[in-house]
Design a protein around this ligand. Structure first.
Ligand code: BES
Ligand code: MN
Ligand code: ZN
Length: 486
């Protein structure tokens, strides 16, 4: 896909040459001084009852008189917010789906949101509209002919527009990588596969990558991670990638991803319905990998460490059993009451491991609890933070990226349920407040640094007819990492 800016003023849009001119409009009318030909066409469409300026409406006109572009797509955003702009973009691009237009030019009219953020969303919407999963379904039809997007910007806007396009491209590449990894089935996207993906990314971008196998993990004393992995014949991988964009002495941002490539529940076996969706249980790993990809392209002046703990959670004669007690890398012992609460068991050792980087901040990302799906659905990711400033930064990043999260509490009282008579803690509490008790468990391993936690169980993938990975929260994480550059 080719993304670029196109210099034109709003009174001369009819002269733009493209296969489709997308006119994305906020407000209830076109402003005074707007291109006369386009204004007349829009007014006529409204008069005929085919279009209005209410949010969500989109209309395609073919070879309209006086317009150089072959198609004119009108899309109404209603409000001038970034979110409304994205919805209108999606509607406009929906008009081109499966069609012959290769080059689309997009012009935004009347938005409060600045051109930089609009440009970023234009790229993301376009990239999303053409992504098709084909690795195990090569017969899947193409999304259409779209291969080039030009963003109309005035002279004054050009610099910001270019910056927005670049950020949009980087994030889109990250989202696509995350979606592709997560969409691949469990027999394909194994821990070994994830390690190969990170290595390939490292090679392309000069990022140092270290992959630890079972022996190395044993040596580190990661008894909790090992307990989860040992029920599977698929070998585990502990993956560490280091992007160095600042001096060595600068404390890094650390991202930790849950990489359960299939979660059967283990001996605490899950019910059969929708168990296939547990191939997406490496969505946290996929998203930190996607973020690394975006960061590698944008090259901010900071250091970033990405860590992925990857294994399968399977039942077998060698699998960990309810009641087993294991010793984590931190030395704290854990009574595993439910082998299906495995995410926290692999993450706790990763959280201990990353202490060695003396991080500025650590954020872990995990499809951690069904309870979070119940609490927040598929709209916002659950967010936890050890301090208000970090919570604000994660919130702001999610809003700016249209990849929102919502802070949940970490009161001491929620820790009660993790008491065990046989170990320092149990791996599950009561069912009530399940996302919070999982976070409280992780917090016991994250006391040495500023720590954030994203529970993306509801946002990493969609079920039903649209089943597939979303690539979330690559947008949030990329914005967050960029915000941490000094
Ligand atoms: N991967 C699941 C969480 C999950 C469930 C994500 C459904 C998306 C949809 C996680 O490993 C898990 O099984 N969690 C258990 C924890 C429980 C046993 C305390 C859960 O949420 O049921
Ligand atoms: Mn589980
Ligand atoms: Zn899981």
């Amino acid at each position: 896909m080719d993304f670029r800016t196109l210099a034109a003023s709003q009174d001369a849009l009819a002269g733009i040459s493209a296969d489709a001119l997308l006119l994305v409009v906020a407000g209830d009318k076109l402003p005074a001084g707007f291109d006369k030909t386009l204004a007349a066409l829009a007014a006529d469409a409204v008069k005929l009852g085919d279009f209005d300026f209410k949010g969500g409406r989109a209309l395609t006109l073919h070879r309209p008189a006086g317009v150089k572009a072959t198609r004119l797509v009108l899309a109404a955003a209603g409000k001038g917010s970034l979110k409304a702009a994205r919805a209108a973009l999606n509607a406009a691009l929906g008009q081109l789906k499966g069609r012959g237009a290769a080059h689309a030019a997009v012009a935004f009219v009347g938005f409060d949101a600045g051109i930089e953020a609009l440009a970023e969303q234009a790229v993301q919407a376009t990239a999303e509209s053409v992504y098709v999963y084909r690795h195990t379904k090569p017969s899947a039809p193409a999304a259409g002919a779209l291969s080039k997007l030009s963003l109309v910007a005035s002279k004054d806007e050009a610099k910001a527009a270019k910056a927005g396009l670049a950020r949009g491209e980087a994030i889109s590449a990250g989202i696509e990588l995350a979606r592709e990894c997560a969409n691949r089935p469990g027999n394909c996207a194994t821990p070994t596969f994830l390690a190969e993906q990170v290595k390939a990314l490292g090679k392309d971008h000069g990022i140092k990558v270290e992959v630890l196998d079972q022996k190395a993990v044993e040596k580190l004393g990661m008894g909790s991670f090992l307990a989860v992995a040992k029920g599977s014949d698929e070998p585990l991988r502990f993956i560490v990638a280091r992007y160095e964009g600042a001096a060595k002495a600068v404390a890094p941002v650390v991202l930790v991803g849950k990489g359960i490539t299939f979660d059967s529940g283990g001996i605490s076996l899950k019910p059969g319905a929708e168990m296939d969706e547990m191939k997406f249980d490496m969505g946290g790993a996929a998203s930190v990998l996607g973020t690394l990809r975006a960061v590698a392209e944008l090259k901010p002046k900071l250091n970033l460490v990405v860590v992925i703990a990857a294994c399968e959670n399977m039942p077998s004669g060698r699998a960990v059993k309810p009641g087993d007690v294991v010793t984590s890398m931190s030395g704290q012992t854990i009574e595993i009451l439910n082998t299906d609460a495995e995410g926290r068991l692999i993450l706790c050792d990763a959280l201990t491991y990353v202490e060695r980087f003396k991080p500025a901040v650590v954020v872990d990302v995990a499809t951690l609890t069904g309870a979070c799906v119940i609490a927040l659905g598929g709209v916002r990711s659950g967010m936890y933070a050890s301090d208000d400033e970090l919570a604000a930064a994660l919130s702001a990043a999610g809003d700016a990226a249209l990849d929102p999260c919502w802070r949940l509490p970490l009161d001491e009282d929620y820790d009660e349920g993790l008491k065990s008579n046989f170990a320092d803690m149990a791996n599950v509490g009561s069912r009530a407040g399940g996302s919070i008790t999982a976070a409280k468990f992780l917090q016991r391993y994250a006391s040495k640094y500023r720590w954030g936690h994203l529970d993306i169980a509801g946002t990493a993938w969609k079920g039903g007819a649209a089943k597939g990975a979303t690539g979330r929260p690559v947008g949030l994480l990329t914005h967050f990492v960029l915000s941490q550059a000094k």
